[in-house]
Design a protein around this ligand. Sequence first.
Ligand code: SAM
Length: 227
Amino acid sequence: MAVDAGCGTGRSTRPLAEYFSKVIGIDISETQIIEAKRSTPQENVTYQVASVEKMPLEDASVDLISSDIAAQWFPVDKFVQEVARVLKNRGCVALHSLYPKLTIQYKNFSETLTNLYSEAFDSMYSSEHEICKIIKSEFQEIFDALPFADKKRISGITEMFHMTLAKLLGFITSSPMYQFFLTKDRDGAIAFLKTLEKKMADVIGEQCVQENLEVHFTFFCVLACKS
Ligand SMILES: C[S@@+](CC[C@H](N)C(=O)[O-])C[C@H]1O[C@@H](n2cnc3c(N)ncnc32)[C@H](O)[C@@H]1O
């Protein structure tokens, strides 16, 4: 059995279905769970509204706890206690996330586009924000708190995705930092996105906005095994 902790809409849950006989996605947000159920055809995947600090699971019942771009929100001590409780002996935990900064490659404009994104990111979300600090530390606190001798971190896993400008902007709007910005200052957030879109479109050229940019993300993960 695999558990996706902080499963959101099931994006990170569905890929587990082919490797495990049973997969459970857990999220505290009911809206996310409704969407996850709606968009998951696999019969061996179920979802529950629950917090990772109180998982609706029996002791020593889980082979893998996976969590993608979510552990930065978890209360460390309670989450780690639950991980230790629900994992079977030799069960594993894999926590992965991505660094907020990315690089963009497109013709001769790579540096300009990357800088534009970077400036926008910095103005949206101070790197001193708690969540940024947790990500920058590569989940150091969780790593230290995991009570297993067999653990390691892997840094700097890079992956490139092709994205049009519209897709890249969609990625920004779905990010927690933009959502946070929206709740604090809705008009400011919308204006901010429009300005960024215009600046980037001016660089790329209106006639090329449908073309794919190469967007390079960097990931890290924390892996541990209960023994
Ligand atoms: C950025 S989303 C990632 C969703 C999904 N893993 C993905 O990669 O698409 C983080 C999710 O963690 C959930 N979350 C945050 N704190 C949580 C907690 N204490 N217990 C359960 N879920 C939590 C949020 O509701 C949100 O859906």
